[in-house]
Design a protein around this ligand. Structure first.
Ligand SMILES: *Cc1c(COP(=O)(O)O)cnc(C)c1O
Length: 431
C-alpha cells in the first residue's frame, strides 16, 4: 500500500494537529531520519539530538546492531503471547539477571507499566511477607516525581497538569521532599504500614534535579533497617546515561560489578525502560531478587506484548552495545567536559544561572521566571542553529545527547549552545 507522503514539515504539523489528540506540545520540527547523534527533518536539515527521546536513544539513533537484532528476530516470530513459551525470553532474563545482578526479571513494554508492576509487587510483598494488614500498605514517593502517566501514577504526582480532573485518585501514597533522607526516616517511623520507597536517583523530568552524592546510599540503609523495599526508577537515569550503568551506582562505571560495591545502593526493585531497547522498540522491566519476585503467581500480572521475542533480542543487543562501546565511561568523561564548559560560560553571562547533572544527563537553569518563554525561545534559536533540546519545567533546559557522541562533536555542540545563548542575550539587550 502506497500511503500519502508529507512533503513539508508544515504539512506534517498541520495534519497531526487536525487528526491527533493534543496531548503534547512539541517543538515545531518534523524528524524523518536519525543516525547516531544526528537527526534530519523533512527539508533535510541536520541537527544534533540533545534529548535522545528522553534518554531512550542512549546507544544512538538506528544503531545497526540493534536494528539487525530486531529484523532477524522479526523474520522468525514476533509475538507468541505468554500463553506459550518463546525461545528468547528466558535467555534475555538470564542475561539481564547477570548484567544487573538481580535474580529475576518481569518484562513489560512501557515505563509506566513497569512502575505499576513495581507498585503491585511491593503491595503484595507487604501483605504476604512483611505482614501488613490487607489494604493498609503505604508507599513513600517524592515531591516533583515523574513516574509516568497512568491513573495510579498521576495520583501521587504534584504536577497539576498531570493530575487535574483525572480523579478520583488511587490512595496509598505518602509524599516527602526529594533528597531528604531524614524525611524518609521520619515518615517510616511515623507509620507502621510503609511497604516501599519509590524514587528516581536523579529527577529527570523535574529538571535534572540531582541529589547529594550520598542520598541513595542513605536511603538504602534506612530502607534496609526498616524492612522497606527500595524501588529505584532508573527508566531515565539507567543504562549508562549518568556515567554509570545505573545512577544508583553513584560515580562508578563498573557496570555494577566492581569492588566498590559499597557505593552501589542496590535497589530491591530496579525499574528499567527507555534505553533498555536503545529506543528501537518498547521494552521495560522490573528486576528483583527471588524473595520479592516470588510473590507474583500466574494470572496476577502480565501483558500481551511483554516479553515477546523481538523485545528480548532487541534489549539484549542494546545492553551488550552499552558494554562493548563503553558508553558509561564515555558519558562520564564527556559529562565532566560539558559541565566544565558550561561553568566557564555561566561566569560570563547573566542569562544562565546554573548547570547541574551527572554524566550526559544535564540541565541549565535560565535566569528568568518559570512562566517566561525564555527557555522555549532559546530552544527555538538552538533549533535554527542545528541542535534540538526541549525545556522542562519552564525555565530549565535539559541536555541529554546520545552517549555515542565523540569529543569533537561535543566541542561543536558546546560552541552551538554558548554562541546561541550569547546571540540571544545580545538581542534581548538591544531591545
Ligand atoms: C519516561 C519515564 C517514565 C515513564 O515511561 P513511559 O515509557 O513514558 O511510560 C517513568 N519514570 C521515569 C523516571 C521516566 O523518565
Amino acid at each position: 500500500m502506497d500511503f500519502h507522503k508529507v512533503t513539508s514539515s508544515q504539512e506534517a504539523i498541520d495534519i497531526e494537529h487536525k487528526y491527533g489528540a493534543h496531548n503534547y506540545h512539541p517543538l515545531p520540527v518534523v524528524l524523518k531520519k536519525g543516525e547516531g547523534v544526528h537527526v534530519w527533518d523533512v527539508e533535510g536539515k541536520k541537527y544534533y539530538d540533545f534529548l535522545s527521546a528522553y534518554s531512550a536513544v542512549n546507544q544512538g539513533h538506528c544503531h545497526p546492531r540493534i536494528l539487525n537484532a530486531m529484523y532477524e528476530q522479526a523474520k522468525e516470530i514476533s509475538l507468541t503471547s505468554r500463553a506459550f513459551h518463546n525461545d528468547k525470553l528466558g535467555i534475555f532474563e538470564k542475561y539481564a539477571s547477570e548484567y544487573f545482578d538481580l535474580d529475576k526479571l518481569l518484562p513489560m513494554n512501557t515505563g509506566a507499566e513497569a512502575v505499576e508492576t513495581a507498585i503491585k509487587i511491593c503491595r503484595k510483598w507487604a501483605y504476604e511477607k512483611k505482614g501488613i494488614e490487607e489494604k493498609d500498605a503505604q508507599i513513600i514517593v517524592c515531591d516533583d516525581n515523574f513516574h509516568g502517566r497512568t491513573t495510579t501514577i498521576i495520583s501521587f504526582s504534584n504536577d497539576e497538569d498531570a493530575r487535574k480532573n483525572f480523579g478520583p485518585y488511587t490512595p496509598g501514597f505518602i509524599k516527602i521532599p526529594y533528597n531528604d533522607a531524614d524525611a524518609l526516616e521520619k515518615a517510616i517511623k511515623e507509620n507502621k504500614n510503609i511497604a516501599g520507597f519509590l524514587v528516581e536517583p536523579i529527577q529527570g523530568e523535574a529538571g535534572v534535579n540531582t541529589p547529594d552524592d550520598d542520598f541513595m546510599q542513605k536511603v538504602r540503609s534506612i530502607c534496609t533497617k526498616n524492612n522497606v523495599l527500595l524501588m529505584a526508577d532508573e527508566i531515565q537515569t539507567g543504562i549508562a546515561r549518568t556515567g554509570a550503568l545505573l545512577a544508583s551506582c553513584g560515580h562508578c562505571t563498573c557496570q555494577g560489578h566492581c569492588e566498590r560495591q559499597s557505593t552501589y545502593a542496590k535497589p530491591d526493585m530496579l525499574i528499567l525502560g527507555k534505553a533498555i531497547s536503545g529506543g528501537a522498540y518498547p521494552v521495560s522491566a522490573v528486576m528483583a531478587d527471588d524473595e520479592v519476585m516470588s510473590v507474583i503467581k500466574p494470572g496476577q500480572h502480565g501483558s500481551t506484548f511483554g516479553g515477546n521475542p523481538v523485545a528480548a533480542m532487541v534489549a539484549m543487543e542494546a545492553l551488550q552495545v552499552v558494554k562493548d562501546e563503553k558508553l558509561a565511561q564515555n558519558a562520564r568523561r564527556l559529562g565532566h567536559k560539558f559541565r566544565e564548559a558550561m561553568q566557564e560560560f555561566i561566569a560570563t553571562t547573566e542569562i544562565v544561572d546554573h548547570v547541574r547533572g551527572r554524566g550526559l544527563l544535564n540541565a541549565i537553569l535560565i535566569n528568568d521566571s518559570e512562566d517566561s518563554s525564555t527557555a522555549w525561545d532559546i530552544c527555538m534559536a538552538l533549533k535554527e542553529n542545528g541542535l534540538l533540546a526541549k525545556p522542562t519545567h519552564g525555565n530549565i533546559i535539559r541536555f541529554a545527547p546520545p552517549l555515542v557522541m565523540d569529543e569533537e562533536q561535543l566541542d561543536e555542540c558546546i560552541s552551538i549552545i554558548t554562541s546561541t545563548i550569547r546571540e540571544f542575550e545580545e538581542k534581548l539587550a538591544s531591545r
